[in-house]
Structures are given as structure tokens and as C-alpha cells.
Design a protein around this ligand. Structure first.
Ligand SMILES: [Zn+2]
Length: 156
């Protein structure tokens, strides 16, 4: 790649030089795939081909929608773990637990696993636009509110 391929204007070329100079001696992960960009020779990730630019980043990542998205699942997972105690006691003492209690517990475990999955894939989540993150968080809260409403409506 020639110097002219890399930059169209002198300012742009200067930005590319700064980016490559910055990466000569630093271990910096690609923001898309995590590949180590040390000693980069062109403004593009060699692994995922994402074009790269020098930017000013936020020291504080915006985690608002991520935290909102995992909260109901973590709560449900913890509640499901505690609900296992009476289920096990009822099973051991010969009274089978009611099926609706088992169903609620299964929902809680599933919801907790979804939250753990979101935590494991948080980079993917945070890569989404704010609107998509918000939609996922609101969707998860809506599902949990619906299940809680059904639970309360069905309670004796
Ligand atoms: Zn990459």
C-alpha cells in the first residue's frame, strides 16, 4: 500500500500516521474482533478487515442499557435458585411440588441463563446502537413483567 492509497488529504494522512505510530509499541485490541493491533502497517484490522481510525474515546463506557437488560434475568435466576429449596423439600417429603411452581422455576433458570449469556456476549451487546440496546432491555423487562402479572393473576 502506497502513502497515497492510505490518505486522500494531508490531514487524513497525518491521522493515519498518528494511528500507526500509536500502535507501534502498544498492545491494543481491535474494537470489533479483539485482535492485537500492535505494529499495524495499514489503518485496517488484519483479522476482521475493519477499517480503523484514531478517535477520542470515552473513559466511561455507557453501560446503562446493558445493566438494564441483565437485571431482570439475574434477579429471576437468583429467585429460581431459592425456589429450588421448597421444591426439593416437597419432592423429598413425598408431596410433589405443583407444576406451576416448577414452571415458574424453569422460567427463572432460563432467564438467569439468558442474563449470563448476555454478560458473556457483552461486547456484542455494547456494539449495538443505543436504540437496539434499549429495545432489548425493554423487551426483557416486558417479558418479566408479563410473567409476574400472570403469576399474580393465577395466585389463589
Ligand atoms: Zn478486527
Amino acid at each position: 500500500m502506497t502513502e497515497e492509497d492510505r490518505c486522500n488529504t494531508p490531514v487524513r494522512c497525518d491521522e493515519v500516521s498518528h494511528l500507526l505510530d500509536f500502535l507501534i509499541e502498544r498492545d491494543v485490541p481491535c474494537p470489533m474482533c479483539g485482535y492485537n493491533l500492535r505494529n499495524l502497517t495499514e489503518p485496517r484490522c488484519p483479522e476482521c478487515r475493519q477499517s480503523l481510525s484514531l478517535t477520542v474515546g470515552s473513559a466511561e463506557i455507557r453501560l446503562r442499557w446493558f445493566l438494564a437488560a441483565i437485571t431482570p434475568g439475574l434477579f429471576s435466576g437468583i429467585a429460581a435458585a431459592f425456589l429450588m429449596i421448597p421444591i426439593v423439600i416437597a419432592s423429598v417429603s413425598g408431596f410433589g411440588p405443583p407444576w406451576d411452581v416448577i414452571g415458574i422455576d424453569a422460567f427463572g433458570w432460563t432467564s438467569g441463563l439468558v442474563a449470563l449469556g448476555l454478560m458473556a456476549r457483552r461486547r456484542t451487546f455494547l456494539r449495538q446502537s443505543s436504540a437496539v440496546q434499549r429495545a432489548i432491555a425493554i423487551g426483557l423487562w416486558a417479558i418479566h413483567a408479563l410473567v409476574l402479572a400472570l403469576l399474580l393473576a393465577g395466585a389463589p
